[in-house]
Design a protein. Structure first.
Length: 398
């Protein structure tokens, strides 16, 4: 779920939306949006050069081992689990595996409010040794290419192996796939059992996982921005703030997911400054420099949805806007201190303004324009049964 970054190194972006259009009681809801950055001169996936032998790992001693990279010193400790696929034994021994995982961690904590609350997080690296370094060959998680993006399932067992916690709704998982010719990323968001009150909350309940294609080693900036954007989706359940012509998602899902589960606090279906979700920020002169307002276009649709700022990480920018920062701040504290903790606007503002420059205004990293869209429409519906015997329905569409 990321927007295209246009600069001198990038030729084009391809945006897909895969989402349910209707909520299904007692079944699962999944929403996935994909982003691909294609670098100039690079087309498709990383393949084994013709005439060369496929490298095979021989040392699997690190496979399924865990390193705790960082320990929380405040609150209950919020878990982030990172793992990689298509990394061979030589990439682990050389330090490349660690370097890519740590680059992702740096991206997550590069912006406010995450930068100020790193002490609330436990960060784990799960080592997975692949037989080779080529997607589609023999890798630990069997990564493949689908419609131009690198994809793989993120196994629950490795999240539990790292954290010891089976409640996946209160932890984050990030999979980085090596051997990709371009950077790509998506986030899976999942809720189930709609008739139970378990998911009802105001801070973004639901299981989520991020999958990012690493791209070339010289694409670190694109990789970092993609990770930060996807983390906004995964952790705070933020919506995309970009749009493109021809998209018409079900806008009722915005309201439904906000009211039930605390999702999408950075978009709204009204432009009324008195009732829009970030109304309090609009009337607060301390945020005048941030140029907050009601900007039409978001949730991938050009009309009928409004976003708080012209640009942000969830659109074309490099920082989170104030309503998104508040959503992240809220979820950090709910997970760290429990449901009894209550959001206080003034306390948040004092913390926020202390760390955000008064001149702050999230700036575009390229001139705003609609990304090119792949018009090969996708629709797939799958049914399965989860380990607890509950029916799960996954709908994927563009």
């Amino acid at each position: 779920m990321y927007l295209c970054i246009y600069n001198q190194e990038i030729q084009m972006g391809v945006l897909y939306e895969l989402s349910t259009k209707n909520m299904i009681d007692n079944m699962s809801y999944i929403r996935r949006i994909l982003f691909i950055c294609t670098l100039l001169g690079v087309i498709g996936c990383s393949e084994q050069p013709e005439g060369t032998d496929l490298y095979h790992s021989s040392d699997f001693s690190k496979h399924e081992t865990v390193k705790k990279l960082y320990s929380a010193t405040k609150g209950k400790g919020i878990d982030i689990v990172l793992m990689g696929d298509a990394y061979s034994d030589r990439m682990i021994s050389s330090g490349q595996y660690d370097a890519d995982m740590e680059l992702a961690v740096d991206a997550i904590f590069a912006n406010e409010p995450m930068a100020s609350f790193k002490d609330y997080f436990n960060i784990y690296i799960v080592y997975l040794v692949s037989d080779n370094e080529v997607i589609g060959e023999s890798t630990a998680l069997g990564s493949t290419w689908e419609e131009g993006y690198a994809t793989a399932d993120v196994p629950e067992k490795y999240r539990i192996l790292a954290t010891g916690n089976r409640d996946l709704t209160v932890q984050e998982a990030i999979l980085i796939i090596n051997g990709t010719g371009h950077v790509s990323g998506y986030t899976d968001l999942l809720v189930s059992d709609f008739n139970t009150p378990f998911y009802d909350c105001d801070y973004g309940r639901g299981t989520s996982s991020i999958v990012v294609g690493r791209g070339n080693q010289n694409a670190s900036e694109e990789f970092s921005l993609t990770v930060a954007h996807e983390f906004g989706h995964s952790f705070a359940k933020l919506a995309d703030e970009y749009y493109y012509d021809g998209s018409s998602p079900d806008l009722n899902s915005i309201t439904n997911m906000f009211n039930r589960f605390g999702w999408y606090k950075n978009v709204d279906v009204t432009s009324d400054p008195a009732t829009i979700r970030w109304a309090r920020f609009l009337s607060d002169e301390r945020y005048a420099n941030e140029k907050l307002g009601a900007y039409e276009g978001g949730f991938e649709t050009p009309e009928g949805v409004w976003r708080p700022s012209l640009n942000s990480i969830m659109r074309y920018g490099t920082e989170f806007n104030a309503p998104s920062r508040a959503a992240i701040y809220n979820r950090i504290h709910k997970l760290a201190f429990g449901d009894d903790w209550q959001f206080d606007y003034e306390t948040f503002v004092q913390q926020d303004l202390k760390n955000i420059p008064q001149s702050n205004q999230t700036k575009a990293i390229y001139a705003p324009s609609s990304p090119r869209v792949n018009r090969n429409h996708i629709f797939k519906m799958e049914e399965s049964i989860d380990p607890d015997g509950r029916k799960v329905v996954t709908v994927i569409m563009d």
